[in-house]
Structures are given as C-alpha cells and as structure tokens.
Design a protein around this ligand. Structure first.
Ligand code: ZN
Ligand code: ZN
Length: 189
C-alpha cells in the first residue's frame, strides 16, 4: 500500500498492483472528501467514504471487489438545503494495464469488455475508486421532503419556512402566452 501526500488535499492511497503475488491485497480505507471532489452543486462536504475490499491478480489482469459506504449531505434540488444521505453498495471490477489492451485497430469492444478498467500504470487509486462508486449511486435529484415547496422564483426565499416572503404567485408563462395570443387580431400576424 502506498501513501502519497500531494501539495494540498488529503493523503491518497494507491495499491501497487505489480506487488501482488498469490495472496490478494486487502484494503479498508476511510476518507473524508471535500464537495469539490464530486459535483459541488449536488454535494455539501465532507463526504465520508469507507472503501473495503481486496485486489487479486488473475493472469495479466486484476480483480477488485468490495463494498462502499458513504455518509454525507446532498443538496435538495428544490430548496438547496442540505439533506442527509447514506449509501452502501458493492463493486466487482476487472482491471487491466494498457499494455495488455488489444492493439488491433479492428478490435471492437463487446459488452463484456465494458466492465474492464484500463490503467496506464500498475497503481490502483483507491480515492478515485471510492469517488466513482459514490457517483454511481448518487441520485440525480434529491428532495428534503416530497412536499418541499422550493424557493420563491421572485425573491429566492425558502418557501418551506413560515412567512418566507409575501410575493404574489407568478402567472404561469404558458397562460401568459395564451393571453397575448387572445389579444391579437389576425392583422398582427
Ligand atoms: Zn427542499
Ligand atoms: Zn418571494
């Protein structure tokens, strides 16, 4: 297991695949990721992610399997308030090195090859793996509650809060367009 400390940011953990002989390498790492490691319009950091599993070699390739547990906060799509989010998932991937990739120009990827992750060097970055697994499971849209009233389109107040604002409800633009049409005479067209 190799630990790299970049100029800034958290320590990243990589597994040197070239060191695997026979026995699989086990990992169990917990990292708190900043929101900007994900889509910061959807995540409020830190997102705590635990990645546990093992890597084993099989011929020229490697197999990685394990579980991901994430615990953090997402942003409500309507009112932009934080929403607690936990997820648990399992993964099962095949890893190959680029040099093992077929170089035949006529080579066509078939469905089975799509589960293979190709790496340029024999280093498996556990942070990247953790982030990918979380992104796969992250819902596109999350709501703080089904009844979330969202933000006022005029003043931006959170309409879930009592007495948020006194803005008049907006006229639906589709009705406004119809109203305009109705006011026209045939000569206007
Ligand atoms: Zn909401
Ligand atoms: Zn308002």
């Amino acid at each position: 297991m190799l630990y790299f400390r970049p100029l800034w940011g958290e320590v990243c953990v990589k597994i040197d695949l070239s060191k695997i002989e026979g026995e699989p390498i086990r990992f169990n790492e917990t990292t708190g990721f900043d929101a900007d490691r994900f889509d910061p319009t959807r995540v409020i950091g830190p997102m705590k992610v635990r990645l546990e599993g093992s890597v084993r070699s099989a011929g020229d390739n490697y197999f990685v399997d394990g579980h991901t547990h994430a615990d953090g906060r997402l942003i409500c799509s309507r009112c932009l308030e934080p929403v607690e989010w936990q997820m648990e998932s399992s993964f099962d991937l095949e890893v190959a090195l680029f040099e093992a990739a077929p170089r035949d120009p006529d080579f066509v990827l078939d469905a089975a090859d799509l589960d293979v992750v190709y790496l340029e060097e024999p280093l498996l970055d556990l942070d990247e793996l953790a982030i990918e697994q979380v992104e796969l499971e992250m819902p596109i849209r999350v709501l703080c509650s089904e009844e979330c009233a969202g933000l006022c389109p005029r003043c931006g107040s959170n309409r879930n809060l009592e007495g948020a604002c006194r803005c008049e409800p907006e006229v639906d633009p589709r009705w406004a367009a119809l109203g305009e049409l109705a006011g026209r005479t045939p000569n206007d067209a």
